[in-house]
Design a protein around this ligand. Structure first.
Ligand code: NAP
Length: 337
């Protein structure tokens, strides 16, 4: 077994506010020799996720440790096994694992999951069949289950989690599904591509006013990917006994000052609202059930999956900056082959 030259994206400085290309560096390095039980994976697709922004800050992410300066970033990736010293994971297997942001990864086979690419293409396991799809599924089946006849509002509704959440809400019995996204094209796409009843462009007019018009009798369930003004607008629109699942708060990820909370939190008391957070890491055991159902929906066309793809590892920093700005529709991915 030999070592081989490869490239990885390292973090070289911690951003203040929005990350800049200079915060990253593309570094040539060598893969280490395999120890017993390890595999060498040629990564083919890498996931680009908003939560990575929190890991660029010093020790502030409560979810995963901060990225180290002068070391490669990491995150979900899929790739092909090109060398193996592990029983059960042969050369040629396609695996999903967590050593992305590099062209090749050496890892213990126990940290990789072999995926079935006859069920769905490999990149789908980073989007609708990956943790983003699972987040939407766990949110709407376990954290705040959709009830028959619900009026549901989803923010960041054209993104990876949001586009699946809007479609699942409908499948699970919602009577009306409203989404918000940035820009007229994306708002229209919510209706045309993802089956939302109404698409709101939050950049066009104040969101609370648009939501009041879209749901004059209020909403029953809010799927929050954005926080900030979106959460405030949803609290105003939720009916008595309404529920919200708090998935993310991307409107504040690049903030340099403390973010004020919604001014109307007392609505929770007045209207007996339930707000629950979710961490998808607690739902990984749901993957077999979820993949079993969602692969069928993808195959029969009743779940639409979109991707925004950039090519080449050198484009990965721009993709991360882009996902925080709304450059994507559906799942943001970097293709390496
Ligand atoms: P995504 O929605 O595919 O991409 C992020 C989107 O956020 C952008 O495309 C942009 O869309 C929108 N956005 C950015 N800044 C905004 C702002 N100031 N106001 C409103 N929208 C803004 O990303 P994702 O991977 O699916 O993640 C969505 C959310 O879920 C994130 O908050 C993420 O951290 C969270 N998440 C949480 C978990 C968990 O376990 N709790 C798991 C996965 C993801 P527009 O063009 O529409 O603005």
């Amino acid at each position: 077994m030999t070592t081989a030259k490869t490239r990885e994206i390292q973090l070289v400085s911690r951003p203040v506010g929005e990350p800049r290309p200079e915060d990253f560096s593309l570094v040539e390095t060598e893969t280490p020799a395999l120890a017993p039980g390890q595999i060498l994976v040629r990564n083919t697709w890498m996931s680009v996720d908003p939560y990575m922004r929190g890991r660029m800050d010093e020790g502030t992410s409560l979810i995963l440790p901060a990225f180290e300066l002068g070391a490669p970033l990491n995150g979900a990736a899929v790739g092909d096994v090109i060398e193996s010293r592990a029983d059960g994971v042969p050369i040629g297997a396609t695996v999903v694992h967590f050593l992305g942001w590099r062209e090749h990864a050496v890892l213990d086979a126990a940290e990789a999951t072999v995926i079935d690419t006859s069920l769905a293409p490999a990149p789908t396991y980073l989007g609708p069949l990956g943790t983003t799809g699972l987040t939407a599924y766990a949110a709407l089946t376990d954290i705040t289950p959709v009830r028959e006849g619900d009026v549901v509002f989803v923010s960041a509704a054209a993104g990876a989690v949001g586009s699946v959440a809007g479609q699942l809400a409908r499948k699970l019995g919602a009577a009306k599904v409203i989404g918000s996204a940035g820009g007229t094209d994306k708002a229209r796409h919510l209706v045309d591509a993802f089956g939302y009843d109404i698409g709101l462009d939050y950049r066009a007019e104040p969101l609370a006013e648009q939501l009041a018009k879209a749901a004059p009798d209020g909403i029953d369930l809010y799927v929050d990917n954005v926080g900030g003004d979106h959460l405030e607008a949803a609290l105003e629109a939720l009916r008595p006994g309404g529920r919200a699942v708090l998935i993310g708060a991307i409107s504040g990820y690049n903030a340099t000052d403390p973010i004020p909370g919604p001014a109307n939190l007392f609505r929770i008391v007045e209207r007996r609202l339930t707000l629950r957070g979710i961490q998808v890491s607690e739902y990984l055991g749901l993957f077999p059930e979820f993949i079993g159902r969602a692969a069928g929906w993808l195959a029969d066309g009743s779940l639409r999956a979109e991707e925004t793809v950039v090519d080449g590892i050198e484009q990965a920093p721009a993709a991360l900056i882009g996902v925080l700005r709304g450059a994507n529709t559906g799942k943001m991915l970097v293709r390496l082959d």
